[in-house]
Design a protein around this ligand. Structure first.
Ligand code: 4AD
Ligand code: MG
Length: 464
């Protein structure tokens, strides 16, 4: 008999029909005469209830129906007597496809997330992680859908790169050399001539620079791919391997860019509210009971827009009024997450788009303002998360871009292909990068970025 997914089955009302469901046992309870088995197949957070009359089944087989076991069940779709759901299955045949012993690590309820991280290969079987990864899928669909609807082309920037894109972070080197016996030249420097690419290469820290080549030809592109940073940031917001979405658009200015950032994030959050209702309700109940309110409020509110300079003066006012921060605040400082969170969570109580940062603390490619001191960078700061987006209008003037490179000790000869965009038909353009896992953190209410990617890579951890 053909299998029906539980999500579909629970919506059916053709009671009396013969059905087949397959999935994993969440719980089994019952009396001497009847067993109730909650079965889940991952298609939805909801379980289907299987009703098994004890006398119809082999007692030894029934004993194998423990939490985590995998079953194939045939029976009749019947209207449920219990509250909660409409349909359940009155079993006529049960086959145990896979037994599951009491040493199943996900058996007990209420395990900590830390414990589940150590069993990341099995945590996917829990309600919470099922919900998180269904939402993650939905957010990927929302992103492609948004850009497709708005005329952006999905552009595949390379993962292996020969340039340190932008000094955004420490890079992971890619090599086929024998590390135990490195070939060196007379000066003792590593000789890359017979390495795979004939020169040093790394995993990308951003697809932006190649994205700019795409945008200044196709008009509007976005990348969506894995990104690697070997920074030793052991925080709940950093991964060594994460996914980034980087749209890049020709002919826009800073206001257009901020409009795009705001519209795009709201679209994604609205998509979650529209398409992930059951999973969000579950997470709201079990993980964070302010989640749904927070999602609705982001969709309904206008983001605050303020300059870095205005932000600094608000922070200085707070300090005068007695607010204590760990890190000092002064014009020119790189804002720490405590500063960002003060502005977003305490002062404005809504998302903030900050702009016009001192040129020293932002990347070389950001467009210099007329004041000569600040650049047209934007960070979108979110409650609970901090920085969720970083972006900018790009310096389109060839000579100013060279000046920017000099400030960061980047050699123009290493980036001639990038500079060519400014040499041949340069145009105003800009874009941003959204950290996919930070978006998922926000949308799920999870607290640790390691819990929103199936198999996290962090310092000293590359299991599974
Ligand atoms: O601010 P970042 O470094 O910006 C760029 O890479 C630009 N090239 C983007 C652009 O303009 N096209 O990174 C962008 C976003 C951050 O705001 C953050 O959400 C996320 O990427 N991010 C990380 N997420 C998880 N783990 C890390 N180690 C991250 N580093 C950055
Ligand atoms: Mg940034």
């Amino acid at each position: 008999m053909e299998r029906t997914k539980i999500k579909e089955l629970l919506e059916r009302t053709d009671f009396g029909a013969e059905v087949c469901v397959k999935g994993w046992v969440r719980t089994r309870r019952g009396s001497k005469s009847v067993n109730f088995i909650a079965l889940n197949d991952g298609s939805t957070i909801k379980n289907v209830q299987i009703v098994a009359d004890v006398e119809k089944f082999d007692a030894e087989m029934l004993k194998l129906i423990t939490t985590g076991a995998c079953l194939s069940v045939e029976g009749q779709l019947v209207e449920s007597q219990g509250a909660g759901q409409a349909a359940e299955v009155q079993a006529t045949s049960i086959q145990v496809l896979g037994t599951c012993g009491s040493d199943f690590p996900m058996q007990k309820k209420g395990q900590t997330f830390e414990y589940m991280r150590q069993h990341a290969h099995l945590r996917l079987r829990t309600n919470t992680f099922g919900a998180v990864f269904r939402i993650r899928h939905n957010m990927a669909m929302a992103i492609h859908s948004y850009f497709h609807e708005h005329g952006f082309f999905y552009f595949h920037s390379p993962i292996i790169t020969g340039s340190d894109a932008e000094g955004a972070g420490q890079m992971f080197q890619v090599t086929t050399q024998n590390l135990a016996n490195l070939k060196k030249d007379e000066a003792g420097k590593i000789d890359y001539s017979d390495d795979f690419f004939g020169k040093p290469t790394n995993l990308t820290v951003s697809g932006q620079l190649e994205g700019e080549l795409g945008a200044t030809a196709l008009g509007a592109i976005y990348t969506f791919g894995p990104t690697f940073r070997a920074e030793n940031s052991n925080t709940p917001r950093h991964l060594a391997e994460f996914w980034m979405i980087e749209p890049e658009v020709a002919f826009i200015d800073l206001d257009d860019l901020m409009d795009l950032e705001e519209d795009f994030i709201k679209y994604c959050v609205r998509w979650a509210l529209d398409n992930c209702k059951d999973d969000l309700e579950f997470l709201n109940k079990m993980v964070d009971n302010t989640l749904l309110d927070r999602l609705h409020s982001v969709v309904d509110t206008s983001f605050v827009r303020l300059t870095y300079t205005e932000g600094i003066s608000l922070l200085e006012k707070a300090i005068s009024a007695g607010k204590k921060f760990e890190f000092p605040v002064y014009w020119g400082c790189d804002l720490a997450s405590e500063h960002e969170r003060y502005l977003v969570e305490e002062y404005f109580k809504k998302p903030v788009i900050m702009t016009d940062y001192p040129k020293e603390i932002k990347a070389f490619y950001m467009k210099l303002n007329a004041d000569g001191k600040t650049v047209q960078g934007t960070d979108v700061l979110f409650p609970q998360i901090g920085e969720i987006i970083g972006g900018s209008i790009r310096e389109e003037d060839h000579d100013k871009l060279i000046d920017g490179m000099a400030r960061f000790n980047i050699h123009p000869e290493d980036m001639s292909w990038y500079l060519d965009t400014r040499k041949f038909g340069t145009c105003p353009h800009g874009g941003f990068g959204l950290g996919f896992e930070r978006l998922i953190l926000f949308v799920t209410g999870m607290q640790n970025i390691r819990d929103v990617i199936p198999f996290p890579r962090t310092p000293n951890s590359a299991e599974f």
